[in-house]
Design a protein around this ligand. Sequence first.
Ligand code: TPP
Length: 342
Amino acid sequence: MPKMVTSRAGSLERRGLTDEQLVAMLRNMLLQRQIDNRGFQLNRQGKIPFALGSEGHEALQAGAAMAFARGKDVLAPYYRDLGLVLGIGLTPYEMFVSMFARAADASGGRQFPNHYTARERGLLSISSIIAAHCPHAVGVAYAFKLRRETGRAVLVTTGEGATSEGEWHESVNFAAVHKVPIVFLVENNHFAISTPQRAQMAIADVADKAAGYGIPGVICDGLDPIATYAAVKTALDRARAGGGPTLVEAKCFRFLSHSTDDDDRSYRSRAEVEEERQHDPLPAFERVLIAAAVLDASTLGALKADVLRETNEATDAAEALPYPDPAELYTDVYAGAYEPWQ
Ligand SMILES: Cc1ncc(C[n+]2csc(CCOP(=O)(O)OP(=O)(O)O)c2C)c(N)n1
C-alpha cells in the first residue's frame, strides 16, 4: 500500500517552510483562483475562445511549485497547471497574453490558450494531447543522466485519466528501467472530463500503479499545500540524488467544469460539487496560517487586494495588445524561406 502524506490536521506542520514561503504558497493559491475565474468570465464575455480551470487543484500546485528548484529543474506540465507555472515564475500578464492570443505571446498568439512555454525558466511547452508530453519529459531526465548533470530533476504532471494512456506507461517503465531523475505527479480529481475514475481503472489509488514498474508510489492530500510540498520535495530530492523516479498521487477535486466548453451538470449533480466545495483548500489554508499567526486578518485582506489588483492590471494590459499580423501566419512554421503554397 502506498503511504499517505498529510499535514491537514487544522494545525500547522511546517515541513521546513518559512513564513515567507507559506505566504508565497497562499498568494499563489489566491492568484490561481482569481485568474481561473477571470478566464471563465472573459470567455463568457466573448473576449477569449477558451479557458481551463484549476479550481480545487490550487493547494497541490502551490505546494509542488515550492518544491521545484528554479534554474535547475524542468517542469513538463499539463493544461490544468495554472498554479504550477505561476509558481515557477510565469507572470499573470504572460498568462493573459496567451489567453487573449496576442502577438506578444511566446508562440506569437498561435498556441492553444493555456499552453505556456518558457524554455529559460525550465518550462516545457504544454500539449493538449493527453500523456504525449510524458516521453518528452523522460527524455529530458535521461539527458540529465547521460550528461551527468546531478542535482537536477524533471517534474511531469498529468491527471489520473492520463495514466490509462500507453505513453504514460511507456514513460514510467523507461524512467524506472534507466533510473532517470523524474517525478510523475498525478493530480487525481477523479474525473477525466465526464469519465469517473471507476470507469477508468479498477483500483482506488493511482499510486498502486508504481509497483508494476518497481518504483515508489506515494499518495498525498492534494488539498493541503504543505503535504503536497513534502511529498514532491522528497521525491524530487531522491531523483536529484540519483535515486530514480517516484510516482506521487495528489488527491483533489475539480470544482469547475472541465473547461469553458464543458457543462459538468450532464455527468455530476450539484449536490456532489457542493459537497466537494466543503473541502475548499483556500479557506482551509487561510485558517491554518491565521491560527499559527503567520498572517492576521488585515495582512490577509491586503494580500487578497494585491492579488486582485495584479489580476486586473494583467488582464487590461494583455487585452490592450495587438493580435498577430495575418501576414505573419506562416512565420516560424517552415524552416528558412520554404513556402509550400508557392
Ligand atoms: C490522446 C487524447 N485523447 C483524448 C483527449 C481529449 N481529452 C482532453 S482532456 C481529457 C481528460 C483528461 O483527464 P485527466 O487526465 O484525468 O485530467 P483532468 O483534465 O481531469 O485534469 C480528454 C479525454 C486528448 N486531448 N488527447
